[in-house]
Design a protein around this ligand. Structure first.
Ligand code: XMP
Length: 324
């Protein structure tokens, strides 16, 4: 639309002016819409003086890393550094089943890895990177008492793990926008719909959707089941009306089943589709029975290790959206 064209042009101009003719910037991509749109705007403004960094922690859903690595790059022409840190994250998580412990480990490894990647980018051209791009939205600005949010550039910010005298300015081109506006800007910029319309997804990724310890085999099982659930929700045209649709693997639980002539002893998965405005409260989504049936049949047919599909019908409160 006309308005979105305006927002894009205005922002690109403001970013160019703020970063100047020779400034360089770094942006961390999470796989989500906010960081992708922020990066795409800055890329339009300063081209390959922007370097994007994506840490692949191995806890993403099926196809998500490729969406960044291939489709985001194809759509924007952005310069992207991908850090393959799967091995590192999985060995740090080995044997850990406590949810908060998982979060702590994933958060720690993430910061460590991102800062190392950042330092590597800077080392290529010492002293030249002055700006850090972040996908902060208007509601975040208001929540943290940040005033009108009119400016693209926020105050100086000392990024931990780097030399003390190295200061970044934060570039936050989405500071005046709400989520739905960010999606429209993303469409305007030609980003892939899978990124633009992606549901919110937790930073610790599938690591907190496996109840029990996380390993590669369990992640693969969950990824296969999750991909089917998302695919069927999208096929039914329901994904934009649903806030989030976690699929949870109960990795330490087994139940008896029967398939053909054989007895099975597999894992259950939980479908957790919810509606919500802001994730503070949520309701279980009334997904039509036929869609649930298709998801259940496909998961039990196509994912060998899963022999039971259950539906979570708890609102928040008392439940949370995620199981961990
Ligand atoms: P809960 O499960 O508390 O989740 O109802 C509320 C929202 O927050 C997301 N979530 C997280 N996001 N790191 C994140 O970045 C986390 O550790 C985390 N835990 C929950 C959840 O997906 C939902 O959108």
């Amino acid at each position: 639309t006309w308005t979105m064209v305006n927002i894009v042009e205005e922002q690109v101009e403001a970013i160019s002016a703020a970063i100047g003719p020779s400034g360089r910037a770094i942006c961390g991509l999470s796989g989500g819409v906010d960081s992708a749109v922020a990066a795409a705007l800055v890329q339009r403004a300063i081209g390959d003086r922007l370097t994007c960094v994506y840490v692949d922690h191995g806890l993403m859903r099926q196809g998500e890393t490729e969406q960044i690595e291939r489709d985001f790059v194809a759509a924007t022409g952005a310069d992207l550094v991908v850090v393959d840190a799967e091995e590192q994250f999985l060995s740090a998580l080995e044997g850990v089943s406590d949810p908060e412990q998982k979060r702590k480990i994933i958060g720690r490894e993430f910061i460590r890895t991102f800062e190392q990647a950042q330092a590597d980018v800077i080392a290529k051209e010492p002293g030249a990177v002055d700006f850090l791009v972040q996908g902060t939205l208007y509601p975040d600005v208001v929540e943290s008492g940040g005033g009108t949010g009119a400016s693209t550039i926020k105050s100086h910010h000392n990024v931990g793990g780097l030399p003390d005298d190295l200061e970044f300015s934060l570039v936050e081109p989405l500071r005046t926008l709400f989520k739905d506006e960010v999606r429209l800007v993303g469409e305007q910029l030609g980003l892939p719909p899978e990124i633009v319309w992606r549901h919110p997804f937790p930073g610790p990724g599938l690591g907190i959707r496996i109840v029990g310890a996380v390993d590669r085999e369990r992640l693969d099982i969950l990824r296969a089941a999750d991909a089917i659930a998302r695919e069927e929700l999208t096929r039914a045209g329901l994904d934009r009306g649903i806030w989030q649709f976690p699929v949870v693997l109960l990795a330490d639980v087994r139940s008896v089943g029967v398939q053909g002539d054989g007895r099975t002893y597999g894992h259950p998965v939980v479908l957790r589709p919810v509606t919500s405005e802001d994730a503070m409260t949520a309701d279980w989504a009334r997904v039509p029975y036929e869609v649930l049936e298709t998801i259940s049949t496909r998961i039990t047919n196509e994912v060998d290790e899963v022999n039971r599909v259950t539906l979570d019908i708890t609102s928040k409160p008392p439940g949370t959206i995620e199981w961990e």
